[in-house]
Design a binder for this molecule. Sequence first.
Ligand code: GTP
Ligand code: SPV
Ligand code: MN
Length: 608
Amino acid sequence: MTLTDTVTSASPKTDESRPVDVIEWVNEISALTSPESVLWCDGSKAEADELIAVMVASGTLIHLNPNLRPQSYLARSAPSDVARVESRTFICSLDPEDAGPTNNWYDPIEMKDTLRGLAKDSMRGRTLYVVPFAMGPLGSPLSKLGVQVTDSPYVALSLQMMVRVSSEVFSMISAGASWVKCCHTVGAPLNAGDVDVAWPCNETKYISHFPESLEIWSYGSAYGGNALLPKKAFALRIASVIARKEGWLAEHMLLVKVTSPEGKTYTMAAAFPSACGKTNFAMMRPSLPGWKVETLGDDIAWLRPGRDGKLRAINPEAGFFGVAPGTSQATNPSAMEMLWGNTIFTNTALTAEGDIWWEGMTKEAPEGLTTWQGEPHDKTSGHPAAHPNSRFAVGLSQCPTLAEEWDDPEGLVVDAIIFGGRRSTTIPLVTEALNWNHGVFLGATIASERTAAAEGTLGEVRRDPFAMLPFLGYNMGDYLAHWLEMGNTLRVTGRPPRIFQVNWFRRDANGDFIWPGFGENSRVIEWIVERLEGRVPARRTAIGWTPESINLEGLDLGRSALESLLEIDAQAVADDLDDAETFLEALGSRLPKEISRQLDQTRERLRP
Ligand code: GTP
Ligand code: SPV
Ligand code: MN
């Protein structure tokens, strides 16, 4: 690289490995946005060091105490740029019906005009970084390629931690591989004499997806999924469109390998909405003796029938962008270990010793904290010191529970798919779907209380099918049909995975969580494995198979608590079905008949 070969305009023809169509695209963006320089990135350590040096000098990164947290940095975002902005996220398909009623649709030609207007000279005074990346193992039949241009060094560095950045991607593009164009600008041009701010961004934001031309344009934000375009924008919204065409699934799912005390292994993929426990599940330390959970991914999984006809999955990412608050030695010791160093923290609190802190890390907040906004922390104020959506970015390789198969180009055969959400009431601890189609119905009717991961009212229950509501690049009705169709394919070629639904978040009359969660969730994993092995009978209820019992050995939880965790309140379920029906009916003629049939059958089964 390249961080030193600064040029005043894109003149990368000096490097023969750069594909002509990438060069042309970069030249086009550069002519539009007028950056001061263009840098071609290769993902090297030297490049990361340079990016860090630039950002420490500019005040974007605070160097943490190297004795406490080696090679780690804290970034503080602008107060208006702290989470995904779903209201500013657009699917720009030619036909609005292809985006469907659950997405914000915008005409692609008008959107391009708007964006070109906003992007004009938007990189003035800044460096344009060109970041080539692969989603999934390089050369895997399940992988895809992309190039992100960005004027944010914070984004360029975060991409190094989150995905496989490599100039080998250019050779593959030159050899004819297709790639996704990801264009990102913070929308904060610098004029001569301007002093830059630590977190440049713009009050106007657009996260726009063009599924027909495989393009993403992001304007105005540098935060998370708004700006790290390989993640939600590519690996979910654009990939879901590609996946439908090619006969696979791009899902908001963690991926783990589970080993039972008998030494038998199982692969599980689980879809929970944002900030509902995927990272914690992915790094679970089972409390049950003899069980092992190993990590493959914590946020996104691509699932595709392999040559053997079985459904196989990879994690297209190469790092974690995890929720900080709530992460502690007690809840997620593997994450605490993983974050020893080499980590970028965003919007956490800073301790007097120069280390990071967040709510839930320790019971008491230490004295002398500086808040995520850089103010002295007033413990009596009731305001958290870390932002509720503060996060850590770190490479997968630092995860102490990383499974050895994490980079396997063939992916792992999926044995169980799990859906979940954050529900104080109604949804039991665990249920097994009656069959694939019923499982698709369970996925379609997932609802969850809103979290700080996106803008919106905290705690409000919203329907979030497959935890994909904010992440689907096409019509939700077509998506449900695609899931049903995948079942048909898998029934012919192999055996489809079994489907389960879980809820760690049921509360008692005092508003406290009934289930201890985290490592204790291994008790639910044990039940799932017992079901896969056909070793335990279950109760057939209106909403699926529920446990007759869960292994509570060594756990201080009474039978009555377990009963309330497993309780199915017919009235509450019926009300929930009404709400689900209202949501599903809004999909109109694209709602598969089979989903309506599953709803009717559930109502039938609810009748006393
Ligand atoms: P995204 O990165 O936004 O997709 O979130 P995620 O689904 O990976 O959620 P994560 O595992 O980061 O958990 C979010 C919050 O839920 C954290 O504060 C966790 O401590 C908390 N949490 C996770 N698992 C459990 C659980 O089993 N029980 C309870 N009570 N809380 C949990
Ligand atoms: C989520 O919101 O589901 C995340 C965080 O994983 S972000 O990368 O910002 O989308
Ligand atoms: Mn997520």
